[in-house]
Design a protein around this ligand. Structure first.
Ligand SMILES: Cc1cc2nc3c(=O)[nH]c(=O)nc-3n(C[C@H](O)[C@H](O)[C@H](O)COP(=O)(O)OP(=O)(O)OC[C@H]3O[C@@H](n4cnc5c(N)ncnc54)[C@H](O)[C@@H]3O)c2cc1C
Length: 406
C-alpha cells in the first residue's frame, strides 16, 4: 500500500495527508472548493489533545503561531455570579494547552504546512463518485471530468460526506441538535474577559461564551435553542437582525452578554448545530472515513477539530504498520470508535442542556470540573478528553481491531 486519495482538504484531510507522508505513504488531497474560497470566518478551540496529536507529526507550530491561548474557563450565572473556574486542558502539566483560532486560519495553516512538506493538494476537485475496482484499487471521479486512482481512498469530506454514503448507503444522516450557534467579533467593549480566559455565561434563555484576542477584539458565540433553518435561510438573516434577536435573549440577565453582542458590527456568523454520534460502518474495501465524515460533535464540547486531527494521525499509524487496508481500517476503528462516540455523546448532552433550565443541572455538565476547591479552582485537567495522547512510535498491533459491528 503506497498511495492514498484523500477527499476533502479541511482539517482531517490535511492532517491525514501529513501523517501519511511521515509514514512514507503518498497522499494527494482533492478539495471541492478553489484554494481562496475560505469559509465563514467562525472561530474554534483546538484543544490540548488535538494540538498534542499535531505535535506527534511535528505540525503544531504553525497552529501555535497563528492562535492564542485558551487557558481557563470562568462560569457565570445569569445573575452575573461567578460559579467556578476551570483550566481548559492540561497546559498546567507542561503540555501545549488549548488554543483559539479562526477556522479558516487553522485550515490555511495546515494546508500550507502540508504543501511545505511536499503534499499535493488539488483544488476545485469535487468528488462525484468512487468505487473499488476488481484489482483492489479505488477510483474517484470528479465534477471536472477527471479521475484519480490509488490504493486507498480516505473520505475526509465533512459531516455531509459522500464517502460515508458510498461505503454504506444506509448510513445515518446528521441530526439537528435543536440549537443555533452564532458567533461574532466586537471591539471597544467596556468589560472584556481576561486574555487566555473564556467567560461562559448560563443565561436564562441561552448560553454565551467569549474570549479576548491579543489585539483586544472580543470573540464571542451563543448557543440558543431554535428551529432548524436551511443555510440559505440562515444567510438571509442580517447582522442587525441577529443583534436584535440575541440581545433580546440576554436582555433579562445581569451579565455582559447583551452589551458585547450589541457592540458587534457586521461580523456575525450563524450556523445550525448538527451531530452524528454513531456511524455503524466506517470502511469498506479500500475506503475509510475520518473526522466529521465518520462522527460529528455538536459544537458544545469544542472537540470536532481535535478529534479530526487525532483520527488522521491514528489512521496513518495503522496504515504504516499493517499495510493491508482492511486490517489497517479495522485497527483504526478499534482505536478510535469508543473515544469519538463518547465525546459526541457528551457533546450532545451539553447541547441538550443549552435549553433554558436550572443552572444546577447545567453545572453537572461534563465541561465542569469534577472537583472544585474552596476558591472555585479546579485540579489540573488530566482527564480522558483533553489528556488523550498518541504515541507515534508505538507499533500498531492488528489485535487493536474491534470486530465488525455491522
Ligand atoms: C459553529 C461551530 C463551532 C465549532 N467549534 C469547534 C471548536 O471550538 N472546536 C473544535 O474542535 N471543533 C469545533 N467545531 C467542529 C469543527 O469545525 C469540525 O469538527 C471540523 O471542521 C471537522 O473537520 P473535517 O476536516 O472532518 O471536516 P470539514 O472541516 O467540514 O472539511 C471537509 C472538507 O471536505 C471538502 N469536501 C466536501 N465534500 C467534498 C467532495 N465531494 N469532494 C471534495 N471535497 C469535498 C469540503 O469543502 C471541506 O473542505 C465547530 C463546528 C461548528 C459548526
Amino acid at each position: 500500500m503506497t498511495t492514498a486519495l484523500i477527499i476533502g482538504g479541511g482539517i482531517a484531510g490535511t492532517v491525514t495527508a501529513m501523517a501519511l507522508h511521515k509514514a512514507g505513504i503518498d497522499a494527494v488531497v482533492h478539495e471541492a472548493y478553489p484554494e481562496n474560497a475560505m469559509d465563514t470566518g467562525a472561530f474554534l478551540v483546538v484543544a490540548a489533545n488535538g494540538l498534542e496529536a499535531l505535535r506527534t507529526i511535528d505540525a503544531h507550530q504553525p497552529v501555535l503561531d497563528q492562535s492564542f491561548a485558551a487557558g481557563h474557563v470562568d462560569f457565570i450565572s445569569d445573575t452575573g455570579k461567578r460559579l467556578g473556574r476551570k483550566p481548559m486542558s492540561g497546559s498546567q502539566n507542561g503540555g501545549i494547552g488549548s488554543r483559539t483560532i479562526r477556522r479558516a486560519t487553522l485550515v490555511r495553516a495546515l494546508r500550507e504546512e502540508a504543501v511545505r512538506r511536499g503534499v499535493r493538494i488539488e483544488y476545485g476537485k469535487r468528488l462525484l463518485a468512487a468505487h473499488t475496482s476488481p484489482d483492489g484499487t479505488v477510483v474517484g471521479s470528479f465534477a471536472d471530468g477527471g479521475r484519480a486512482v490509488a490504493d486507498v481512498l480516505i473520505g475526509a469530506d465533512g459531516i455531509h460526506s459522500l464517502i460515508r454514503r458510498t461505503i454504506d448507503a444506509a448510513s445515518p444522516r446528521p441530526r439537528y441538535t435543536g440549537q443555533q450557534t452564532v458567533c461574532g467579533y466586537a471591539r471597544d467593549v467596556p468589560v472584556a474577559p481576561d486574555p487566555d480566559t473564556y467567560t461562559m455565561i448560563f443565561g436564562k434563555q441561552a448560553f454565551f461564551g467569549c474570549t479576548t484576542a491579543p489585539d483586544g477584539e472580543i470573540w464571542w458565540f451563543t448557543n440558543a435553542p431554535a428551529p432548524e433553518l436551511s443555510p440559505a435561510e440562515l444567510a438571509a438573516v442580517t447582522p442587525a437582525q441577529w443583534r436584535e434577536r440575541l440581545t433580546g435573549l440576554f436582555a433579562e440577565d445581569r451579565t455582559a452578554a447583551a452589551g458585547i453582542i450589541g457592540a458587534t458590527g457586521e461580523d456575525i456568523i450563524a450556523t445550525g448545530a448538527y451531530d452524528l454520534v454513531s456511524t455503524p460502518t466506517w470502511s469498506s474495501d479500500g475506503m475509510v472515513i475520518v473526522g466529521d465524515a465518520a462522527h460529528a460533535c455538536a459544537p458544545n464540547a469544542a472537540q470536532g477539530a481535535s478529534l479530526a486531527i487525532e483520527d488522521g494521525v491514528v489512521l496513518a499509524r495503522c496504515l504504516r504498520d499493517l499495510r493491508r487496508p482492511r486490517a489497517a481500517f479495522a485497527a483504526y476503528e478499534g482505536l478510535r470508535r469508543e473515544r469519538v462516540e463518547k465525546v459526541a455523546r457528551s457533546s450532545a448532552g451539553m447541547a441538550r442542556r443549552t435549553a433554558p433550565g436550572p443552572v444546577k443541572r447545567a453545572l453537572r455538565d461534563a465541561t465542569l470540573p469534577r472537583r472544585l476547591d474552596r476558591a472555585g479552582q479546579a485540579a489540573p485537567d488530566t482527564d480522558w478528553l483533553t489528556g488523550y495522547r498518541i504515541d507515534w512510535d508505538e507499533p500498531v498491533d492488528g489485535r487493536a481491531a474491534v470486530h465488525d459491528r455491522r
